[in-house]
Design a protein around this ligand. Structure first.
Ligand code: FAD
Length: 320
């Protein structure tokens, strides 16, 4: 958060990359290869998600450790408190602390696969606010704590066809402020495709006294089916012009990707022009679209990657 605050003061844009734990060992190795390449462009931090209900707990802990200590990038680990007794939460926090990781994204989490509703375990926490309070009470100021913000309000607030009421939206904001007041330093938002909704959300947060940095979560559209699935799950509003642009090209993967880069670039340009200096890219473990957006914005420059990085060496260097 210090880096982000400094960037705002110095008017210097920053960016960060989010990844999720792959299912196979081979996937993990591929992810690290990609991550090392992406880290050479200088993200301010990278983060790794926590599988619903703690399903990837060990793997997320391993990957976090490797990111911080082998890839040598400032790492933020997501941690959800759904279905997690406090001992498991403390085990996760003690482990990352021992590994020198200082950033946590504190979340409630969604129900594990196959369950509709989130269940609070005995001795566990009910919401992210409880987790933030616990981290501050037990670990003091050691961790920088990030929390999730929802520019369109959390989907739990959506009531049928009517969507989110003003009251629901305001309650969600008040609750977000409670998370910040309890000790969160930073807000990263849910994905969105209507930049005006995000900018209004930032303004609304400021109006009720939330003063910490608010970082937009940008998910480049990589393929049409994935986009429909993700926006359906998160109940994200899709602007008419985005729908109209995608409809005729939805079966053409390359065209969808190119449009995703164009849209992501335009969204980020508008966000930066409105004084928000950090962009958080949901990479979905892919590099091309995220990097293309940053290149379009002039935030990265391929010619500046150090030549000594391993993937720039001839492959026979690695042969025994
Ligand atoms: P909370 O902040 O606890 O609250 C969710 C909503 O419930 C609030 O917005 C509010 O409307 C309501 N609410 C809860 N408690 C109260 C209260 N006491 N009073 C009033 N209202 C209340 N999921 C994963 O499983 N793993 C991840 O790694 C992961 N990463 C994420 C990263 C980001 C940036 C975002 C935005 C989401 C992520 N999620 C992840 C999804 C997230 O777990 C779900 O959206 C989940 O349903 C809510 O988590 P939360 O931390 O926002 O919950």
């Amino acid at each position: 958060v210090e880096k982000i605050r400094a960037a705002e003061v110095e008017d210097r844009p920053l960016f960060s990359f989010e990844y999720f734990p792959p299912r196979t060992d081979e996937g993990v190795e591929n992810l690290f290869e990609r991550m090392e390449r992406m880290v050479s462009y200088g993200p301010s931090f990278c983060d790794i998600t926590w599988g619903a209900g703690g399903s990837t707990a060990d793997l997320t802990l391993d990957i976090s450790n490797r990111m911080q200590n082998m890839v040598c990038v400032e790492t933020m680990m997501h941690l959800t408190c759904t279905n997690m007794p406090v001992e498991k939460i403390d085990h996760a926090l003690d482990t990352i602390k021992a590994n020198g990781i200082q950033n946590v994204l504190a979340l409630r989490g969604d129900p594990p696969h196959g369950q509709d509703k989130f269940v609070q375990v005995a001795g566990g926490f009910a919401c992210a606010l409880d987790l933030v309070q616990h981290i501050r009470a037990k670990y003091g100021d050691y961790f920088g704590i990030t929390v999730a913000g929802y520019p369109e309000a959390h989907p739990d607030m959506i009531q049928g066809e009517e969507g989110v009421s003003l009251e629901g939206y305001n309650n969600d904001l008040t609750y977000l402020k409670r998370k910040v007041d309890a000790g969160a330093d930073l807000i990263v938002t849910q994905l969105f495709y209507d930049t005006d909704i995000f900018l209004k959300f930032v303004n609304d947060c400021r109006q009720i006294g939330i003063s910490c940095p608010i970082v937009p979560g940008i998910m480049p559209i990589n393929n049409y089916k994935g986009f429909v699935r993700m926006t359906g799950f998160c109940k994200t509003k899709i602007p008419d012009e985005v729908k109209a642009a995608l409809e005729p090209i939805k079966d053409n993967e390359e065209a969808v990707k190119a449009y995703g880069i164009h849209l992501g670039t335009e969204m980020c340009r508008k966000i930066l022009a409105n004084g928000i200096k950090t962009l958080h890219l949901y990479t979905l473990n892919m590099e091309k679209s995220a990097l293309a957006i940053l290149m379009n914005l002039g935030l990265i420059d391929e010619s500046k990657i150090p030549r000594s990085l391993p993937w720039r060496r001839p492959t026979n260097v690695f042969r025994v």
